[in-house]
Design a protein around this ligand. Structure first.
Ligand SMILES: [Fe+2]
Length: 165
């Protein structure tokens, strides 16, 4: 059980930094045509992370251990880096950062699932988180593709305009 608690605390630390990053993007994003959709979507991811933060901390308590509770320890233990304002305000950087952070979060789920033997509640929750964050990865991947395509279309139209001159 000690090993599972250690891994759950590392997941908790990453989720806390991830949630702060996503909330920073929700607040700071500006100047893009997809502002409303990305702003609203960051809120959806934030809500999912909030529920999971509470669930993971409570699992640790249910199994009679102590969740990390301080922000400084979360930042020290997390594999996810804190976002910078510059990164949180530009849509292409936001999507790239959230994609990288989601990929790091996903690395926790199967190893914790694999450690569970009698802790079926924790294993079940890891399976649900795999599905939830896998779906977010797919959405962000699709948004990145859309942004790239729009950028290419813009470049194509600029090229055809300059060739007409
Ligand atoms: Fe809000």
């Amino acid at each position: 059980m000690n090993k599972i608690v250690k891994e759950l605390n590392l997941l908790l630390a990453d989720l806390q930094v991830f949630r702060a990053n996503v909330q920073g993007c929700h607040w700071s994003l500006r100047g893009c045509h997809s502002f409303l959709s990305v702003h609203a979507y960051m809120d959806v991811i934030y809500e999912d992370a909030s529920k999971d933060i509470d669930a993971i901390a409570e699992f640790i308590r249910i199994y009679r251990a102590e969740p990390i509770i301080t922000l400084s320890k979360y930042v020290r233990r997390a594999s996810i880096q804190e976002i910078e304002l510059e990164q949180a305000s530009k849509v292409e950087h936001v999507l790239d950062k959230v994609f990288v952070d989601l990929t790091k979060l996903n690395l926790h789920f199967f190893p914790i699932f694999d450690l569970t033997t009698t802790e079926l509640d924790i294993g079940d929750h890891m399976a649900v988180m795999t599905a939830t964050y896998g779906k977010h990865l797919w959405f962000i991947r699709s948004l990145i593709k859309k942004e790239d395509e729009q950028e290419e279309e813009k470049e194509d139209s600029e090229e055809s305009e300059s060739s007409e001159d």
